[in-house]
Design a protein around this ligand. Sequence first.
Ligand SMILES: [Fe+2]
Ligand SMILES: [Fe+2]
Length: 352
Amino acid sequence: MPDTNAPETVLVVDDIELNLMILEEILQDTYKVISADNGIEALEVLHRVKPLPKLILLDLYMPRMNGLAMFELMKADEALKRIPVIFITSSDSETEALSAGAVDFISKPFLPEIVKLRVQNQIKLKNYSDSLEEMVAKKAAEITATLDNILQSMANIIEYRNLESGSHVKRTQFFSKALIDHIIAKGLPYSKELKEMGPDIIVKSVALHDVGKIGIPDKILLKPGKLDHDEFEIMKTHTTIGKQIIESVLSNTEAVYLQHCRDICYCHHERFDGKGYPQGIAGTDIPLPARLLALVDVYDALVSARVYKSAFSYSNAMQIIFEGRGIQFDPQLVDAVVMIQDEFEVISQRLL
Ligand SMILES: [Fe+2]
Ligand SMILES: [Fe+2]
C-alpha cells in the first residue's frame, strides 16, 4: 500500500551541482527531492525509484545525455511517459522545450518562489488528472461488469426458452477455453492469432452465440420435430438478429469484445465449404472465433440429448466432427479437437 501521507517525489536533473543544491533547497520543505546530473543517470534513477516522481525538473543542456534526448526516451517508455516535465534552462529554448511536450518552462536565472509555484501547480494538475483517470477506469470496469451480467442473463434466457440440454452455454465456453489453451500451449496453427485476439474475451463472447434466438417465435424455437423450409428460414435469422442485438448493446464497449461477440453471433452457422448461412462465406473468411464456436457448438449438440434426438456417444460425435473436417469445419481446428477429445468428454460429463 502506498503511504498517502508521504511527501511527493520530485526529480531534479541538472549538470551544475549548485543548481541542484538550490532547487533542492527550494523544494525540500514540501517534497522529497531526488537528483541526477545528466539524462542517463536520471533514467537509471527513474527505473529504480518507487513510487515514480510526480514531476521532473529537467535541464536542457547537460553532458552525456541532454534533457531533450532524455525526454524523448521517456515519452517512448510506457512507465515514464506520463510524468510531467518542466524544463529549466536559458530562455531562448522555451519554444523548443514546450513544443517537445513539456508541461512548463522555467528560465534561468529563476526565482525560488516561481519554481515553487510552478512545481506546485503542475503536481496539483497531475494529481487531478490521475484521479480523473482512475475514476474513468473504475467506471469503465463497472460498466463492463454490468454489461457482462446483462449479456450472461440474455444467454441464460435463451437457454431456458430453448429447452436445450442444460448448461449448453457453459459447456461451449469450457470447450472453447480448453481448445484455445491447447492450441496456444502446443503452438498449433492459429495460436498466434488466438493469443492476439485475447482468449478470455473469446470465451466470454462464446456465451452469446445464440442470443438472436430471443427474436425467434416459440412455435419454431420449441418445435419438437424437424423444421419445414419456411420455419428454417426464420430460424436462420437468429444470426442476423444476434448481430443486431450485440451491436446495440455493446456499441460503447471495448472494440474487441464487440467484434468477437458480433462475429460469433453472426457467423457461427457458416461452414468452411461456404455452404452455411447467413452469408455463405467460406474458409478463413469466417472469423476465427466463429469457426471455433461452430465446431464446439455442434460437438455439444451431438453429445447432448435434445427434445428431438438422443445423445450420440463421444466417439460417434468425434467421428462426425472428423467427417466434417474441411467441409463443415476448419480442418486445423478439427485436428486440435481430436487431440483433446478426452478432455472434451470430461467437460461434457462434468457439466450436465
Ligand atoms: Fe445458433
Ligand atoms: Fe449453441
